[in-house]
Design a protein around this ligand. Structure first.
Ligand code: HEM
Length: 470
């Protein structure tokens, strides 16, 4: 067959694909949906949507479209027609109506990397079953005094290695801390056990791939992430086997609970452990870094926070037992600082949902099958929800109510089960940080939404030990 034949085949394929894509886009524009633009065939507006920007801002994509089309607009994202919502009422409605009108729907690339049994992928009853288990972990942790003790021990272990006037990459330190805490709670692994460093190393590769282009070609971040996920699973499998074979005694941790009191198959157990490790460490580390960054830039808040922790310390002078849940509950200004860091820093910018049927709400029409993205950052930084939204002002939480505008942990039946753990870890780390150290930035840095949030330079700081408390 000659070249002419192949050119004819090629031209016909291009013609047919163009026709299919045009038809798809024509159908989208004909649907009754809020105003908006749908960008380029296939790509839609995904690249514009994903363009990195400071996490303390909404980014140009949202800013321009909200000005032009209003708070709810249509677009074409992640290969599908989509509604983007910056309206707190619609966001709450979407989150509350999970499985009835809307459903969690992460892009297929995420399925490929997290696995089909991940909590962010499963829906309906399968999700409810896993969620009940995840919640029981958190409740068990809260009532277990050794959990709070482990958090403190790990905070002291990490900061104890900082030498006088040393520069530390704060994000790395925060990551080590939150990782040590979660692997201890779930798997009883100590910071210096070989499995801890193996899993952490694999997780770092895994996280990079989670946010990369889903190209399964050897050498790409995505392919490396898929590989590191199977390495993490194989390390976890070894731990499970050791317990099943009696080579390791029961430790009373979350893995024990899963092995003894549930009917989950081994691969479901491994997937749930992976979800909790994944959900539990990176986001919390970013939150701790965010708190440090905002406190550095707001000396009056740092001063007040420090005196709150000095008061706690002086009250506990004769108490050798360490921090407990009551102490945490008394850290009221610290909780305000954490809320404000979550609002201004937007650790999770948005979540993925899709409409199960045609939905009408407040005059907005959302066609069945379309994606809908509740944008938390846009509401957190909106002046109709918060006065001077760009200002880091923890005092606002003395009167502000964390209503439907405040969704750093999502909402509805998928509300983050680890929110309280993340906050208590942050509060205890900050306790030891402000009592024992002074710090200043080693380099200017800021948090960027890629859309996953990361400090560009890892937040390098010079630390100086105060030699006053514990
Ligand atoms: C600052 C820290 C954290 C932030 C900002 C955060 C944020 C979120 C958000 C927004 C969701 C909802 C996702 C959705 O609706 O699609 C979520 C879900 C989840 N988070 Fe967190 N999270 C944090 C810490 C944690 C911790 C410490 C754990 C584990 C102990 C955890 C485990 C999970 C799990 C398992 C889910 C899935 C829940 C479900 O689908 O029912 N997270 N998180």
């Amino acid at each position: 067959m000659g070249t002419k034949f192949w050119w004819t085949v090629f031209a016909s394929l291009v013609g047919v694909s163009t026709w299919i894509i045009s038809l798809h886009f024509w159908r989208i524009t004909r649907k009754r949906a809020p105003p908006g633009s749908i960008g380029w065939p296939l790509l839609g507006e995904t690249l514009l949507f994903l363009k990195p920007h400071p996490s303390t801002s909404t980014g140009q994509f949202l800013h321009h479209r909200v000005q032009r089309f209003g708070r709810v607009f249509k677009s074409h994202l992640f290969g599908e027609p989509a509604i983007v919502s910056c309206d707190p009422d619609l966001n709450a409605y979407v989150l509350q109506n999970e499985d009835r009108l809307f459903q969690c729907s992460y892009p297929t690339a995420i399925h490929g990397i997290l696995g089909e049994m991940s909590m962010l992928v499963v829906v309906g009853d399968a999700h409810k079953r896993l969620r009940t288990l995840a919640l029981s972990l958190v409740n068990a942790a809260k009532t277990n005094p050794t959990f709070l003790h482990d958090i403190e021990t790990n905070a002291l272990l990490i900061t104890g290695k900082w030498k006088q006037k040393q520069t530390v990459i704060f994000c790395e330190e925060a990551r080590k801390f939150t990782f040590n805490v979660i692997v201890k709670q779930i798997l009883s692994l100590e910071p210096d056990s070989p499995e801890t460093s193996t899993i952490l190393k694999d997780f770092l590769t895994f996280m990079k791939g989670l946010a990369s282009l889903p190209l399964y070609i050897p050498g790409t971040s995505y392919a490396k992430a898929v590989k590191s996920k199977s390495q993490i699973l194989s390390t976890l499998k070894t731990l499970v086997d050791r317990r099943r074979n009696g080579e390791e005694t029961h430790r009373g941790d979350f893995l024990d609970m899963l092995l003894t009191s549930t009917s989950l198959a081994d691969d479901e157990i491994l997937s749930l452990v992976l979800d909790l490790l994944l959900g539990g460490y990176e986001t919390t580390a970013v939150l701790i870094a965010m708190v440090l960054k905002f406190l550095t830039d707001c000396p009056s808040a740092l001063q007040l926070l420090k005196s709150e922790h000095e008061d706690i310390l002086s009250r506990k002078q004769n108490d050798k037992a360490g921090l407990n849940w009551d102490d945490y509950k008394q850290m009221s200004f610290t909780q305000n600082v954490i809320n404000e860091a979550l609002r201004c820093g937007n650790v999770v910018k948005f979540v993925h949902r899709k409409a199960l049927k045609d939905v009408k709400f407040k005059g907005y029409e959302i066609p069945a099958g379309w994606k809908i993205l509740p944008m938390f950052s846009a509401v957190h930084l909106d002046s109709s929800s918060y006065e001077d939204p760009q200002e880091f002002n923890p005092w606002r939480w003395q009167t502000a109510i964390a209503g439907k505008q405040f969704t750093p942990f999502g909402g509805g039946p998928r509300l983050c089960p680890g929110s309280e753990l993340a906050k208590v870890e942050t509060a205890f780390f900050i306790h030891h940080l402000v009592l024992n150290f002074r710090w200043r930035p080693a380099e200017l840095d800021h948090s960027v939404a890629y859309p996953y949030v990361e400090f560009e330079k890892g937040l390098p700081i010079h630390v100086e030990r105060l030699y006053m408390a514990n």
